[in-house]
Design a protein around this ligand. Structure first.
Ligand code: IDP
Ligand code: MG
Length: 143
């Protein structure tokens, strides 16, 4: 999910391009403004932490671009592409390492496990929002 700062900075296309160029398949996507309630559920694991209230304000401060990508090892590979939570520690070449500076403005969220991906996808998307199709170059991307 591209956070409001990414959308407002017009980075949606350039970040989505990275995932497309890697070979992942986009199966659902939308721009939306997250409600306070959805933000608190999504980030429930961080409730009580000192940055929680700021995080909820940040993620609800404008539109996000939510998406679901498919591909081999997509969860761990996207996390690597996103980079460290603190952009100052994120490697150059990662999304946070290339476009962000502060942890509280780190421009992108990515599910960190199969379980969190399943939970988060259900929070953000209905079944009817998924597109079932084949990538014509799948046999070039995969061996
Ligand atoms: P992640 O996004 O890399 O998975 P998490 O530890 O799950 O990182 O934290 C969720 C989000 O909360 C971070 O992406 C960041 O926006 C915010 N956050 C985490 N730690 C801090 C902090 O110490 N200060 C400010 N914001 C933080
Ligand atoms: Mg996280």
């Amino acid at each position: 999910m591209l956070k409001p700062d990414a959308v407002k900075r017009r980075l949606t296309g350039i970040i989505l391009s990275r995932f497309e160029q890697r070979g992942f398949k986009l199966v659902a996507a939308k721009t939306m403004i997250i409600s306070d309630e959805l933000a608190k559920t999504h980030y429930g694991e961080h409730e009580g932490k000192p940055f929680f209230d700021d995080l909820i304000s940040y993620i609800t401060s404008g539109p996000v671009f939510a998406m679901v990508l498919e591909g081999d090892d997509v969860i761990s590979l996207v996390r690597k592409m996103v980079g460290a939570t603190n952009p100052k520690e994120a490697d150059v070449g990662t999304i946070r390492g290339d476009y962000a500076i502060d942890t509280g403005r780190n421009i992108v969220h990515a599910s960190d496990s199969q379980e969190s991906a399943e939970r988060e996808i259900k929070l953000f998307f209905d079944e009817s929002e998924f597109c079932d199709y084949n990538l014509p170059d799948e046999d070039i991307i995969y061996e």
